[in-house]
Each structure stands twice: as structure tokens, then as C-alpha cells.
Design a protein around this ligand. Structure first.
Ligand SMILES: Nc1ncnc2c1ncn2[C@@H]1O[C@H](COP(=O)(O)OP(=O)(O)OP(=O)(O)O)[C@@H](O)[C@H]1O
Length: 300
């Protein structure tokens, strides 16, 4: 599979803040690549450099083997976290207005059908629900029939039904051969949509691979979770464990044997969970903090 994007040692500082600190990755054509991380990790700065909106402090970005130029931006589709749309326009008028910005556009009927906008075409865009608004923003990102589409936290704040509907749309777009770069706080979204992910924390990539490979690499067998208060940490435990946030994580290849050991050690099993590891667990393991944590001070 050919590479649509190659990123090498990309860095961007704002004064003393290293928002993005020497990251490298490749994106294969026709795949969905996820950039994950907590608030302030550097995701938006990264995609804004890829989109040509923010100038890198250093590093290299190649699009289809060549450096980014003005003309390439006609080939990109961008769904921003917030897009200013002129007031009083209907959905149809909004689509027509954005279409006029590009030399080449997709047929509007096709786009309206794909993004399921038929029922709202004559509605003022300000009256759309959250899910409908996101579908309109996606349609605007697709209007120039781009090869590479950036979706920046597209489902933040949506209800579960609207999120699932949006995921189906993203999969349809991918099935049409498009490449997608997605940023998200939602690990289930990344597991469902992304072929490859980069987990960012404090401006750096701390893990990069397919979701499956990352989970296999970092977790053997099942994951047993207990409340942090369950252990006397001075006592010697007959198994390895990790304390992250307010939880104790034990990786176990033999669940029965580990549970028996816990019972023999008279450890309170309140809050016990036995499950397969998820990307949330991986993030917790790698960083020692959850994805939904409050924003940390800037990384200087
Ligand atoms: N224009 C700017 N001027 C100064 N600092 C900035 C600027 N843009 C981003 N930063 C800082 O760079 C760091 C990374 O921010 P960025 O928005 O890229 O993170 P993010 O992972 O996208 O976060 P979120 O999930 O909240 O959107 C933060 O500390 C942020 O305050």
C-alpha cells in the first residue's frame, strides 16, 4: 500500500511550550489513522501542521512523496472542531457557498445522500442538532472530493446514536478509497475506526501501531482491576502489578490462579473487574493518567 503522508521529526514550539516535539509517522493511502491523547497532547497542532495552517518549527512533511504546496491544499478536506458558517444560510445554500471555493467539486446530490442531509436542506444551519451539524461539517470537508480528510474530534459532545451514525459515514468514506486522519478523545471510536493509531502525550508519540498490535504487545492474557485501596503496598505480592490513578492493574495469563492468590492474601475484592484490555487501559498503562484527566500544565 502506498504512503500518502510521511512525517519526519516534526516539531512546533509556541514560545517556551513544545506543543509537538519531534514526532515521526507514515500514513498509508486508503486507511484511517488516529491521533489520540488527552487535552493539550499536541494533536490539533500536529494536524494543523499537516493541513498547512500552522508552520512547523522543524521537521519534514511529504504528501504523496512531495513537500506540501499551496495547490495540494485543494486536495485536502478538513472538518475543524469549529467552523464559522455565515448566519441565515440554509444547509443547501451553505453547501453551494463552500462548493464555490474549489475548482473541482463532488456532485451535491451524491454528497447530500452520503451525509444524510436530505431532510434538512431548507433548514437554517443554526437550527440543526449536534449530529446533523457534524454531518453538515463532514459534507463541507468532502465537497472538493479530497483524497485526504482530516477529522478533528468530530464526535465530541454527540449522543451515542449520532456517534454511531457518524462512524458508519466515516467507514463508507474509507470504503470509497479515501484516507482519513482522525483525532479523538474516545478510545472506542479509535478502536472501531482506525487501522493505525499514534498515542500522543506531552507533544510526543508514546505508542504507534495498529490497535490490535498495541494491545497484544502491552497486555498478555486478561486484565484484573481492583480499587487502589485494596492492597497494603508494603506487603510482598506474589504477582506483578501496577498502580495507576486510583486503580491497581494486574495482568494475568491464568485468571483463576490470580484470583485464588488474591483471596489467599485476604485482599478485598471490592470493585473487582476482569476484562480484556482496551486502548483506555493502554493509555493508562503508558502514561499513568487517564484520557479524561484535567489538562496538565503546558510541557516546557
Ligand atoms: N497558538 C498557540 N499559542 C500558544 N500555545 C499553544 C498554541 N496552540 C497550542 N498551544 C499549546 O500547545 C499545547 C498543545 O495544544 P494542542 O491544541 O495541539 O493539543 P490537543 O492535543 O489538540 O488538545 P485538545 O484535545 O484539547 O484539542 C498546549 O499546551 C497548548 O496550550
Amino acid at each position: 500500500m502506498s504512503l500518502i503522508l510521511q512525517v519526519d521529526e516534526l516539531t512546533r514550539s509556541f514560545g517556551k511550550v513544545n506543543a509537538v516535539n519531534g514526532i515521526s509517522f507514515n500514513v498509508k493511502q486508503g486507511t484511517c489513522f488516529g491521533l489520540l491523547g488527552p487535552n493539550g497532547a499536541g494533536k490539533t497542532t500536529t494536524i494543523e501542521m499537516l493541513e498547512g495552517i500552522v508552520k512547523p518549527s522543524s521537521g519534514k512533511i511529504l504528501y504523496q512523496g512531495k513537500p506540501l504546496t499551496e495547490s495540494i491544499y485543494q486536495e485536502l478536506g478538513i472538518q475543524f472542531q469549529h467552523t464559522a458558517i455565515q448566519d441565515y444560510l440554509t444547509v443547501k445554500e451553505t453547501l453551494e457557498m463552500f462548493g464555490a471555493f474549489y475548482h473541482h467539486t463532488i456532485a451535491l446530490d451524491e454528497l447530500i445522500e452520503l451525509c444524510q442531509l436530505e431532510d434538512f436542506l431548507q433548514q437554517d444551519h443554526r437550527k440543526l442538532s449536534g449530529g446533523q451539524k457534524q454531518r453538515l461539517l463532514l459534507a463541507l470537508a468532502l465537497i472538493n472530493d479530497p483524497k485526504l480528510i482530516f477529522l478533528d474530534e468530530p464526535t465530541t459532545g454527540l449522543d451515542p446514536h449520532s456517534r454511531r451514525l457518524f462512524w458508519q459515514l466515516v467507514n463508507k468514506i474509507k470504503a470509497n478509497g479515501k484516507t482519513i486522519i482522525l483525532t479523538t478523545h474516545y478510545m472506542d471510536e479509535a478502536e472501531y475506526l482506525c487501522d493505525e493509531i499514534a498515542i500522543m502525550d506531552k507533544g510526543k508519540i508514546i505508542a504507534l501501531d495498529t490497535p490490535d498490535n498495541l494491545l497484544k504487545q502491552h497486555f498478555k492474557g486478561a486484565l484484573i482491576k481492583l480499587n487502589g485501596s485494596a492492597f497494603n503496598h508494603d506487603a510482598v505480592m506474589p504477582f506483578e502489578y501496577q498502580v495507576v490513578a486510583d486503580k491497581i492493574l494486574i495482568q494475568s495469563a491464568d485468571i483463576q490462579a490470580t484470583l485464588l492468590q488474591l483471596i489467599n492474601q485476604e485482599i478485598a475484592l471490592d470493585g473487582l473487574q476482569v476484562k480484556s484490555a482496551t486502548l483506555d487501559d493502554l493509555f493508562l498503562k503508558l502514561t499513568g493518567h487517564g484520557l479524561n484527566m484535567k489538562e496538565e500544565p503546558a510541557h516546557v
